[in-house]
Ligand binder design. Structure first.
Ligand code: ADP
Ligand code: MG
Length: 260
């Protein structure tokens, strides 16, 4: 094997939308597995106190020794909390304690840059670092947007018509101005797509224009397979390898690589 390049650092991508239930966590787990299948060294970072990503990768958030909370409050080293998971990815786990982290960070100057510093220190160990954000635009999400070079915005097709991304785009504009000039919106990722719905077809055709944003393709189809996967601690790419949902995430992963 040729020696790994030490000069090229990991690409850090945030998956964010301040709405809950839009498939952020599903997207992080599925894209992570897809990038790993493509031979990439992948780190997934759970930044949601609900710890759904941690759980869905087969790790019990209540029994992790140390989580992102401990790292962000200075009680643990980032490298020491990372766990190897079944889908061929590493995980920086969350725990319920992360709900109290923002309050601690509010007193810390430069708090938005802490995550960026952590990932820079480990950039040589990974090709891709994916950040699973909580459904808020709080300190941790701002930190994620400050650390990332790219943003993916998952959005269910039935919500695409509601112009719901305005607040997020305002935040992205502020982050670019004040915290992170290199942040680029990679695209909106239409999720939970029902191709039988004429309305969703129309909305999907019009979404790029509506938001003035790139749209990742193909849309992720709505399928019950996604609900089944987390219970066994694997992503849909493992539990339903040949499903349409898994194929869609593999295709989106390739498109993201082409754009970054
Ligand atoms: P978020 O992280 O944005 O809150 P999740 O990824 O946890 O969203 O997804 C919310 C719920 O929707 C979960 O129960 C998940 O299994 C389900 N889900 C996600 N993507 C799909 C899909 N393409 N089809 C059907 N259900 C989905
Ligand atoms: Mg989530």
């Amino acid at each position: 094997m040729p020696p790994r390049s030490r000069t090229k650092g990991a690409v850090v991508l945030a998956v964010a939308n301040q709405k809950g239930g839009v498939a952020k966590t599903t997207t992080v787990a599925s894209l992570g597995a897809a990038f790993a299948e493509l031979g990439k060294r992948v780190l997934l970072v759970d930044l949601d106190p609900q710890a759904c990503l941690t759980f869905s990768l087969g790790v019990d958030p209540e029994s992790v020794e140390a989580s992102m909370h401990d790292v962000l409050t200075g009680a643990a080293e980032f490298g020491d909390i990372l766990l190897e998971c079944a889908d061929g990815v590493d995980l920086a786990p969350s725990s319920i304690e992360l709900a109290g982290t923002e309050a601690v960070l509010l007193a810390r100057p430069g708090r938005e840059f802490i995550l960026a510093g952590l990932f820079a220190d480990h950039a040589a160990d990974y090709d891709i670092i994916l950040l699973d954000c909580s459904p808020s635009l709080g300190v941790l999400t701002l930190g994620a947007l400050t650390a990332a070079s790219g943003l993916i915005i998952p959005m269910p097709c039935e919500m695409l018509g509601h112009r719901g991304v305005g607040q997020l785009l305002d935040t992205v504009r502020d982050v670019k101005k004040l915290l992170n000039k290199k942040l680029k919106i990679i695209g909106v990722l239409p999720t939970m797509y029902d191709g039988r719905s004429a309305h969703q077809q129309e909305v999907l055709a019009d979404v790029g224009q509506r938001y003035g944003l790139p749209v990742l393709a193909p849309p992720i189809p709505r399928t019950v397979r996604f609900a089944e996967a987390p219970a066994v601690g694997r992503s849909i790419l493992e539990t339903a390898r040949r499903s349409k949902g898994a194929a869609a995430y593999r295709a989106v992963a390739k498109e993201i690589l082409a754009r970054t």
